[in-house]
Ligand binder design. Structure first.
Ligand code: PLP
Length: 388
């Protein structure tokens, strides 16, 4: 069988070599990090080293990093009325979020449905800051949740400006940086983020581990999601996933040291891919290309081509891509992101997402283009079996 070509890095990434090494080393450490003996202290050292590495990726203090079971859990922990600051302990009444957040944010954490308000995005896929300002004006001390990069389009959100808007109203801002970390700068201070979500498996670490990072020691979550032992300083009970956390740290360090070089290379490959796709199919639409995007992501559609049809056609050619939208039992639902951008219902089901990563080469892009050329030519020959 010909080698596969993996172009679905926004779904998950392969483990980085450094993460594999850290994982193997940590698996050999038998201690419980809460134990005081030498074995326990060895496990503790691995966790604290990883805490420093993750903190460095987002220019935070290690003490402000809390490990979780992934991005979903970190979002769930962050989105609570019970976020206190040193100065203010009253619960927050409302959660404002962009209409294009990941489902783990859209679920609203511990806020009641009625307390959640969507803020629209423009046609380029960027939050409407005027609408956010208006919503904030009606909502004293809101919690705002805004992702740094969208998982479908890759569009980068104006987080620093949104943070200013939230802070001016006594609010706080949570930033889901799962798709941005390792791809664009994510310094918490520069973004004005009060809380930030990270996930290991999008940056070359293992699945099932992530972190919630605070912008300052002033921020306190008064109702941790998982209570029990005092692990993670009371923020997340349960014996730590030592090996997963150690590998997350190693992946964060590798991502941090290489992302500038990787970004330029990936953007060039992504641009070549988009130009090639448009040359093959002049009617093809690339979503979000009027805005700044993370360098590795493209989401496109061609009228008449269903996303699931395209994804299967790519897969048969050995190329792994995904539909931008949620997919349940193989059936692609209309994308809430494309709907929020005002894309026509026909195209909302057609988004095909190709996402690249550090092992992606020009040959992979060529192969992807070859698969699309084959599909497009079958379509133009009227082979309805693969057309919508
Ligand atoms: N947030 C965004 C933007 C994501 O893309 C994802 C995963 O796809 C998550 C959160 C959830 O992260 P995890 O898979 O670690 O639970």
């Amino acid at each position: 069988m010909a080698e596969r070509c993996y172009l679905d890095w926004n779904a998950t990434t392969p483990l980085r070599v450094e993460a594999v090494e850290a994982l193997q080393e940590a698996l050999a450490v038998i201690g419980n990090p809460s134990s005081v003996h030498a074995e326990g202290r060895a496990a503790r050292r691995l966790i604290e080293r990883a805490r420093e590495q993750v903190a460095e990726l987002v220019a935070a203090r290690p003490a402000d990093v809390f490990f979780t079971s992934g991005g979903t859990e970190a979002n769930m922990v962050a989105l609570t009325p019970a976020i206190e600051t040193a100065a203010e302990k009253r619960p927050r009444q409302r959660l404002l979020m962009s209409a294009i957040e990941h489902s783990s944010v859209r679920a609203g954490g511990r806020f009641a449905r009625a307390a959640i308000e969507d803020v629209p995005v423009d046609a380029a896929g960027c939050i409407d800051l005027a609408a956010l300002t208006e919503a904030v004006a009606k909502t004293p001390r809101p919690l705002v949740s805004l992702m740094l990069a969208n998982n479908e389009t890759g569009v980068i959100q104006p987080v620093a400006a949104a943070a200013e808007v939230a802070h001016a109203a006594g609010g706080l801002i949570h930033v889901d940086a799962v798709q941005a970390a390792g791809r664009v700068p994510c310094a918490l201070g520069a973004l004005g983020a009060d809380l930030m979500t990270l996930s290991a498996h999008k940056i070359g670490g293992p699945k099932g581990v992530g972190a919630l990072v605070r912008g300052s020691e002033d921020i306190h979550i008064a109702d941790p999601l998982i209570r029990g032992g005092g692990q993670e300083r009371g923020m997340r009970a349960g014996t730590e996933n030592v090996a997963g956390i150690a590998a997350f740290g190693a992946a964060a360090a590798a991502a941090h040291s290489r992302f500038a070089a990787e970004a330029a290379r990936l953007q060039a490959l992504r641009d070549t891919l988009e130009q090639g796709l448009k040359a093959i199919s002049p009617g093809l639409v690339v979503f979000g290309d009027a805005a700044a995007r993370v360098p590795n992501t493209t989401l496109f559609a061609l009228e008449g081509v269903k996303a699931e049809t395209a994804v299967i056609a790519f897969d048969l050619e050995g190329v792994a891509v995904s539909s931008g939208a949620a997919c349940s039992s193989g059936k692609v639902q209309p994308s809430h992101v494309l709907a929020a951008m005002g894309v026509s219902p026909a195209l909302q089901r057609g988004g095909v997402r190709v996402s690249l990563g550090w092992t992606t080469t020009a040959a992979d892009v060529e192969r992807c283009l070859g698969a699309w050329r084959k599909l497009a030519s079958a379509l133009s020959k009227g082979q309805r079996g693969i057309a919508a």
